[in-house]
Design a protein around this ligand. Structure first.
Ligand code: G1P
Length: 250
């Protein structure tokens, strides 16, 4: 399996430090957050990893320059997460499926990607999306799943019938929020290539996945509420929580 880590965002929620240091390079102990994400990808079995950066984030390339198996792709315009992932299509090559780990989400207390790789293997190589449950009033910050009919309440592993990016609370099909980790059939690149703009005028990964599900059927896409806790290091508050959580586990 190959992995893609989108890390091209401008870090506007973490100014002014992100004028000098990409948010993904902020330290968690002695390691940059991004190195922990690279370690998670490797633990899940990814041998090659493509990191998507934007001009101005060369520090990331510099840091990883001697690491075998790490390539870089560029997103030169901020056109959304789906567009960022598409920039790594060539670097991801011809693998059957691709592991995507968002560069501003570190997971504490578990290896989400490995857990999801096990779910994929147990389901014939199906796509697997990592989820967390969120309070209703926060659903509009996330991609939200519609689990397949018959999914028991509280299920940790389920079939994904549909997804919606940042719905209003009254329109959300569940409280299951996409949590920064995906294992996707490499057919996703075909869907991303002609994906129209969605929420916020951006090319959304969520929208391309929902088209893939509609083409392949819900059997092809599983959801997994993973064990660990996603920490959003894209803003100071989330970053402090991540530091606390790591400290607690060390
Ligand atoms: C992205 C995805 C969203 C997901 C979130 C957290 O949103 O588009 O579906 O729930 O990451 O993993 P962003 O935080 O970039 O707005």
């Amino acid at each position: 399996m190959k992995a893609i880590i989108p890390a091209a965002g401008l870090g506007t929620r973490f100014l002014p430090v992100t004028r000098a240091v990409p948010k993904e390079m902020l330290p968690i102990g002695a390691k940059p957050a991004l190195e922990l994400i690279v370690e998670e990808a490797r633990e899940a079995g990814a041998e090659e990893i493509a990191i998507v950066i934007s001009p101005g984030k060369e520090l990331i390339r510099e840091y990883f320059k001697d690491c075998p198996g790490i390539k870089f792709a560029y997103q030169s315009e901020q056109k959304g997460l789906g567009h960022a992932v598409l920039q790594a299509a060539e670097a991801a090559g011809d693998a059957d499926s691709v592991l995507i780990l968002l560069g501003d989400a570190v997971v504490t207390g578990g290896c989400a990607a490995r857990e999801m790789a096990q779910v994929s293997a147990a389901n014939g190589g199906a796509s697997v999306i990592g989820f967390e449950r969120v309070p209703r009033e926060k659903v509009s910050r996330y991609g939200i799943a519609k689990p397949a009919p018959g999914t028991p309440p509280g299920a940790k592993i389920f079939r994904v019938a549909d997804l919606v990016e940042k719905p209003r609370p009254e329109e959300a099909p569940s409280d299951l929020a996409v949590a920064g980790r995906y294992i996707l059939d490499s057919a996703i690149f075909g869907f991303l290539a002609n994906q129209k703009k969605g929420y916020g005028g951006e090319i959304q990964l969520t929208d391309a996945i929902r088209r893939m599900i509609s083409a392949q059927g819900a059997r092809a896409c599983m959801g997994c509420v993973y064990e660990g806790k996603r920490q959003d290091i894209g803003n100071p508050e989330g970053y402090f929580k991540a530091l606390e959580a790591f400290h607690g586990h060390s």
